[in-house]
Write a protein that binds this ligand. Structure first.
Ligand code: CU
Length: 498
C-alpha cells in the first residue's frame, strides 16, 4: 500500500554543477509509478548546485507546515524568527508561562532545501525578561548557532549557515539554564529537503512532543510555575503534543480523507523524555528513522529521541478517528499526550468492519501521585571559612556560573552582577531566601534595572551555606560565613511554602 507516483508539480529535478551557466536541469524520475523517492536517494546528497537568488522563508505555526519547495536550485533563504514570552493555558484552567519561537509551542516550522544558505535573524521581543539564543541541529558548526545568536530583550542577532545534510532537525534554545529554556517551550523543527524533494503526499502536519514540570500536579488549577526540582528528576506533570492538553482534539483535530496519504513531521523537544510515538489504528507505511535518510517500512511505534525527530507517512484507508499518542501510555491518559486525526469518507468494510466511537479515548483524568521530596540532610561537621569557600566555589561553578559568570560580573541586560552588588550585600536574609526560593520580577542592582527569572536552586542546605559564603566573599565582596543553622532557620521560617 502507498507506493506513490511522482506528480508533475513535484517531479524530481536535480541541479548539476556545470559550465558556470547556471544549473542544468535533469528530469530523473519517470511517471511510471515504479519509483519511490525516500528522503534521500543517496544517503548523503551534496548535489545542491549554485546559490541562486534569495527569498523570505514562509514560517508556519503547528500543526501546519509550509508548502513543499518546488525550486530546483539552492537559494539564500532569509528567516526571521521572533522570541516571545507569554502566559497561556497549558490545560483547561491551568496557565503556564511559555518561552517561544514565533509565539507557539513548538516554534515556527522552517522549510529549506539542501544547499540553501540561511540568513537567520533571531529577534528577542522587547517585552521579554530573558536573553535567548538558538541551536539548530541542521547547522554544521560549534553550538549549532548558539554562540552567534545570544540575544537580549529588544535585540536582533543575525548569522548565516548552509544546510548541507537533508533531514528533519530540531532547533532549541541553548541559553543557561538550558534545561529550563527548553522546558518552557523553546524548540521547533527545521526541515532540509533533499535536492529532489520529498515524495508528494496529500497532507502534511507538524507534531512535536515536550514534557513540562509544574509546581502543582497535573490539572491543578491556576498559574503553575516551572519546577526545577521535578525537571531534574525527570518527573513530568505534563507530556504534550504541540504545547497544551487538547491541542489537536475536537475542532482542532488533524483531518484527512479516506485514500489520502498523510505525512507527519514529528519532533521531540524533551527536555527529558523519549517518545514512543504511535498512531492508534494506523500503521506507518514509511518512517524516516530519526529524521534521517534511512527509511523503515510497516512500523507500529517509532522512537523519537529528546532533541530528535522522525517523519512518518501512511495512507488512511477507512473513516474514523485515529489517536496520536506516546505509547508510554500513562503519558497519554494521565499527562496529556493525546492528539486526533479525523478521517472522513466512505467505509471500507473489508479493511475494517466494526463500530466506530469518537468518545472512547477521552482522558481518564486523575492526578499524578505526588512524591514527597522533603529533604533529610545529615548535619555535617562545622566547617571553617576556608572549607566553606572551597565547597562554595565548586557549587557556584556547577549552579551559578553559567549566568552570573566566573568573575561574578553577570551579563548586562540579562543576569545581574554579584561582584560588588549593592542589592546582594544590602540584605543577607534576602540573599539566602533567593537561593532557597528563586527570584523573579524587577530589581535594581548598582543602578541598573533587571527583570528576569532565577530558578529555585536545588542543592543541599550545606551547599547553600557554602555557595552563599563564596558569593558573599568573592570578587571584592566581604561578609561573615553563612552557617548551616542559618540556612535551616531560613527554611523553617519558609515552611508551609514550597
Ligand atoms: Cu531561551
Amino acid at each position: 500500500m502507498g507506493s506513490l507516483v511522482l506528480t508533475s508539480a513535484l517531479t524530481a529535478s536535480q541541479a548539476t554543477l556545470g559550465g558556470g551557466e547556471g544549473p542544468a536541469v535533469n528530469i530523473t524520475a519517470s511517471n511510471d509509478g515504479s519509483e519511490i523517492l525516500p528522503l534521500s536517494t543517496t544517503g548523503y546528497d551534496n548535489n545542491w548546485g549554485p546559490i541562486i537568488g534569495e527569498e523570505n522563508a514562509v514560517l508556519t505555526s503547528p500543526p501546519f507546515v509550509p508548502a513543499p519547495i518546488t525550486r530546483n536550485h539552492a537559494t539564500k533563504l532569509i528567516v526571521d524568527l521572533e522570541v516571545l514570552e507569554f502566559t497561556a493555558p497549558i490545560a483547561d484552567g491551568v496557565d503556564y508561562t511559555f518561552w517561544t519561537y514565533g509565539g507557539t509551542v513548538p516554534g515556527s516550522f522552517i522549510r529549506t532545501r539542501v544547499g540553501d544558505v540561511v540568513e537567520f535573524n533571531l529577534h528577542n521581543d522587547p517585552s521579554s525578561k530573558m536573553p535567548h539564543n538558538i541551536d539548530l541541529h541542521a547547522v554544521t558548526g560549534p553550538g549549532g548557532g548558539a554562540a552567534s545568536s545570544f540575544t537580549t530583550p529588544g535585540h536582533t542577532s543575525q548569522f548565516s549557515f548552509q544546510v548541507t545534510n537533508p533531514g528533519l532537525y530540531v532547533y532549541h534554545c541553548a541559553t543557561a539554564p538550558v534545561g529550563m529554556h527548553i522546558a518552557n517551550g523553546m524548540y521547533g523543527l527545521i526541515l532540509v529537503e533533499p535536492a529532489k524533494g520529498l515524495e508528494p503526499v496529500d497532507k502534511e502536519y507538524y507534531v512535536m512532543q515536550g514534557d513540562f514540570y509544574t509546581e502543582g500536579a497535573y490539572g491543578e488549577a491556576g498559574h503553575q510555575a516551572f519546577d526545577m526540582n521535578k525537571a531534574i528528576h525527570e518527573d513530568a506533570d505534563y507530556v504534550l503534543f504541540n504545547g497544551s492538553v487538547g491541542s489537536m482534539v475536537g475542532d482542532k483535530a488533524l483531518t484527512a480523507e479516506v485514500g489520502e496519504t498523510v505525512r507527519l513531521f514529528v519532533g521531540n523537544g524533551g527536555p527529558n523524555l523519549v517518545s514512543s510515538f504511535h498512531v492508534i489504528g494506523e500503521i506507518f507505511d514509511k518512517v524516516n528513522v530519526e529524521g534521517g535518510s534511512l527509511v523503515n517500512e510497516n512500523v507500529q511505534t517509532t522512537l523519537v529521541p529528546a532533541g530528535g525527530s522522525v517523519i512518518t507517512q501512511f495512507k488512511v484507508d477507512v473513516p474514523g478517528t485515529l489517536i496520536i499518542v506516546d505509547h508510554s501510555i500513562f503519558r497519554t491518559f494521565n499527562k496529556g499526550a493525546l492528539g486526533m486525526l479525523n478521517v472522513t469518507g466512505p467505509e471500507d468494510l473489508k479493511v475494517y468492519s466494526g463500530k466506530q466511537d469518537d468518545r472512547i479515548y477521552q482522558g481518564e483524568g486523575g492526578a499524578v501521585q505526588k512524591v514527597s521530596t522533603a529533604g533529610t540532610n545529615e548535619i555535617p561537621a562545622t566547617r571553617d571559612m576556608a572549607k566553606r569557600m572551597e565547597l562554595g566555589k565548586r557549587g557556584y561553578e556547577a549552579n551559578c556560573m553559567a549566568c552570573h559568570q566566573a568573575n561574578g560580573a553577570g551579563i548586562t541586560g540579562a543576569f545581574p552582577p554579584l561582584a560588588k552588588s549593592d542589592y546582594l550585600m544590602a540584605d543577607r536574609d534576602r540573599a539566602l531566601n533567593i537561593m532557597l526560593k528563586g527570584l523573579s520580577g524587577k530589581i535594581t542592582v548598582n543602578g541598573t534595572d533587571y527583570d528576569s527569572v532565577m530558578p529555585q536552586m536545588v542543592m543541599s542546605d550545606d551547599d547553600v551555606a557554602s555557595v552563599l559564603t563564596y558569593v558573599l566573599n568573592s570578587w571584592g565582596n566581604k561578609a561573615d560565613k553563612v552557617t548551616l543553622s542559618e540556612v535551616k532557620a531560613a527554611k523553617a521560617k519558609n515552611a508551609g511554602g514550597h
